[in-house]
Ligand binder design. Structure first.
Ligand code: HEC
Ligand code: HEC
Length: 453
């Protein structure tokens, strides 16, 4: 079906339900009716028009290719000396999902977090003494990148109880061409760039509501615990509830954005004023600075505003019956125990458009033990090596349209939704079992449901 047809269908069916909480509007009144390649790039439908200039300023900065600092003065310089990519959008293309690199390609959209064993006083992973917190796979010409990343996959062939076969693939990683000496005794965690729309709404779910859903000791005995990650917030200078990142390791969008500028692009800010290399990288040639700091406070605020104001796209069910039947299968397989369908956002003084919306993100933003198969064995604040934050499922079916690939899970190993479900272990094991016990039609219907959210 063409995007325009889908849009008409959604728009016409709206007439009957306008003003009520509606599953077709994952972001309530903020929802945009866009199912094209631009589906994730739109401002909140109800955003005050006076704020659009700020939104587009953030948009430009998110898409800017930063350049190295030189004698030509520009406000968009200071790249590197070590970096992963030149822009936010190189990884979050069209505000969407990154994927693992093809063989021989330098990664865009996947990064490798590294750390030494042990943790810092504030609970953060201990940076590797030489390589810091993540591997920079690119550098300015006078320097060497930190390493090359090689990924290979082992195909696992198995079958459903009904005899139908399936294949999933398990990645393994190796690193070579170390730029700054050996990388010993370290933990690493490969992570693809998540989509960045709808984050203002997720940020507006009150902490108390999320904490009420957590059940660290599984008191209700349903096999599902759900734990908050308590992380150090650089901007608030206190322990806060972690909400963003694959392990909920960032408390808010300012922390996340400033850390991304520093860690991914080599751009310093007031919050993170030093470059992303360590004192031990002695071979490193210092390049001219792009200013102190390299991104100013107002520009940084605009990027944060942009992220807060990116709207979720409307869901794409053809009929209400499709939605209801799919939802039934979703709850039968206990997917909703972690992928919580509905929340109500709190009042937001700064961006009133986000206030009081009934939203359908399909996440509880909590950590779950997903078993050995998915483990990275790298603790991240209170998240253990087995734990991951439930990712939101809204808009997931549009990733192929927006990003031209279908890769899912934290490291992009799953080649589609079915494979992503088949990797669920630990607290998700029972859900996976219930999925595999469904007949072929029911499995297809459940996948179709997830694609339409
Ligand atoms: C090298 C690729 C890369 C670049 C460049 C990059 N990101 Fe990311 N981004 C990621 C990855 C990977 C994650 C998940 C991080 C984690 O789990 O620790 C992420 C997470 C995020 C999140 C949290 C999303 C969520 O749902 O939890 C936001 C917001 C974000 N990035 C914004 C930015 C901004 C702003 C920039 C530019 C300053 C940027 N990113 C640059 C790869 C990248
Ligand atoms: C115990 C909690 C839990 C249950 C139950 C659960 N999930 Fe998940 N789900 C997760 C977590 C955590 C991840 C991320 C794992 C990772 O990336 O390694 C995830 C990932 C996914 C993804 C990939 C999302 C993405 O953005 O890459 C899909 C699709 C998904 N789940 C669908 C389902 C479906 C369908 C069910 C029911 C059959 C289900 N899940 C049950 C916690 C759960």
């Amino acid at each position: 079906m063409k995007a325009s047809t889908i849009r008409c269908l959604i728009a016409s069916s709206l007439i009957t339900t306008l003003g009520q909480a509606d599953y077709r509007l994952p972001g309530g009144a903020t929802t945009v009716f866009e199912a094209s390649r631009e589906a994730f790039t739109q401002p909140l439908e109800n955003l005050d028009p006076g704020s659009l200039a700020k939104f587009f300023s953030g948009d430009t900065l998110f898409n800017t290719n930063w350049v190295s600092a030189s004698s030509v003065v520009t406000s968009r310089d200071g790249l590197g000396p070590l970096f992963n990519t030149r822009s936010c959008s190189a990884c979050h293309f069209k505000d969407g999902r990154g994927s693992p690199p093809a063989t021989g390609e330098i990664p865009n959209g996947l990064l490798i977090r590294v750390s030494s064993l042990g943790e810092q006083a504030n609970g953060a992973p201990f940076p590797h003494p030489v390589y810091g917190n993540q591997l920079s796979v690119r550098s300015l010409p006078e320097n060497r990148p930190e390493a090359e990343v090689l990924i290979s996959y082992e195909e696992i062939v198995d079958s459903y109880p009904d005899g139908n076969g399936f294949r999933i693939q398990k990645p393994s990683y190796s690193f070579k061409e170390y730029g700054y000496g050996p990388l010993d005794d370290f933990h690493f965690s490969p992570r693809v760039a998540p989509s960045v729309f709808g984050l203002g709404l997720l940020d507006s779910i009150p902490d108390e509501v999320l904490l009420k859903q957590s059940d660290p000791d599984d008191a209700d005995n349903d096999g599902i615990s759900g734990r908050p990650n308590w992380v150090w917030s650089a901007s608030k200078t206190t322990q806060s509830l972690g909400k963003f990142g694959w392990k909920a390791n960032k408390a808010n969008l300012l922390d996340q954005t400033a850390a991304a500028f520093q860690g991914d692009i080599g751009i310093t800010s007031k919050l993170f004023p030093s470059e992303n290399h360590t004192d031990w990288q002695t071979k490193l040639v210092e390049s001219p600075s792009g200013g102190t700091p390299e991104i100013g406070e107002l520009d940084l605020q605009d990027v944060v505003f942009y992220l807060q104001s990116l709207a979720p796209p409307a869901s794409r069910f053809e009929t209400e019956a499709d939605y209801r039947e799919g939802y039934e299968l979703f709850t039968q397989a206990k997917c909703a125990s972690c992928h919580t369908p509905e929340f109500k956002t709190a009042k937001q003084a700064l961006i009133p458009a986000l206030s009081g919306q009934t939203i359908y993100p399909y996440t509880d933003l909590l950590l779950h033990d997903m078993g050995e198969g998915l483990a990275d064995n790298r603790p991240d604040f209170e998240a253990t090596g087995n734990e991951w934050r439930t990712p939101p499922l809204w808009g997931i079916g549009l990733i192929p349209e927006v990003n031209g690939h279908t890769r899912l899970l934290h490291d992009g190993r799953a080649r589609n939704i079915e494979e992503a479900i088949l990797w669920h272990g630990g607290e998700g094991e029972e859900s996976k079992r219930l999925f595999t016990l469904m007949n072929e039609q029911a499995r297809a219907d459940l996948i179709r449901f997830v694609e339409s959210l």
